[in-house]
Design a binder for this molecule. Structure first.
Ligand SMILES: [Ca+2]
Length: 215
């Protein structure tokens, strides 16, 4: 503002400074009044701007509060899975549709593999949908034990005691399960790309653990 004043009155500013105030005192006071008026206007604008910023800050604070609230609601209304699965995914587990999955790094028998999973609060994977089979096959490309075994009567049972749904027999590789040598009671996936094979449980394979995120 002062610079504006000096610029506007640049033509006579030198005179103001060089002449005595006597004959020009009215002009000088007029200039000061003009400057004071400009300062008052600018102050009013700043105060108004400050009030607007205060309202904006309040609005933003309110929005942030609502976002936190909504985030909390999501965690309690179904987002719990994602929230709690973070504890696993940060340690190398993969999340898919309400479960986390871990691939072992050491080849073991089927029973040893199950113990490996159980020590981690999980169990060998139960595949319950085409989508889950696709997820497993694409996420773990090696041949790996899953939680499916045959009873002595060759009935296929998952580790939770449920029977293999006939809808999923499409996952068997061509010619499988063949129970070769009459000792193939455990199932591996990714046998020939992304299909299943019955195999001797004593064979050593990697495995896939699954832990359901239920609360
Ligand atoms: Ca076989």
């Amino acid at each position: 503002m002062l610079s504006d004043f000096i610029w506007k009155h640049n033509g006579c500013w030198d005179k103001i400074l060089s002449l005595s105030f006597g004959p020009h005192i009215n002009f000088f006071f007029s200039a000061l009044e003009s400057l004071n008026h400009q300062i008052t206007e600018e102050r009013a604008k700043l105060e108004k701007g400050l009030q607007e910023m205060g309202k904006y800050a309040f609005t933003m604070e309110h929005r942030i509060f609502r976002l936190h609230y909504n985030s909390g609601s999501l965690k309690h209304e179904g987002g719990c899975n994602l929230f709690f699965s973070d504890n696993y995914t940060s340690k190398g587990w993969l999340y898919f549709q309400g479960s986390v999955y871990l691939g072992s790094t050491t080849e073991q028998t089927w029973q040893e593999s199950r113990q490996y999973c159980q020590k981690r609060g999980a169990d060998l994977t139960i595949i319950s949908s085409v989508q889950e089979q696709t997820f497993v096959a694409t996420s773990f490309t090696e041949r790996r034990w899953i939680g499916l075994t045959a009873s002595q009567s060759r009935e296929w049972i998952w580790v939770d005691g449920s029977q293999l749904n006939t809808r999923f027999t499409q996952f068997w590789d061509s010619g499988e399960p063949n129970n070769k040598h009459n000792d193939e009671f455990c199932v591996e996936t990714n046998y020939n790309g992304d299909t299943w094979n019955d195999e001797g449980c004593y064979e050593k394979r990697l495995c896939i653990c699954q832990k359901r995120m239920t609360f």
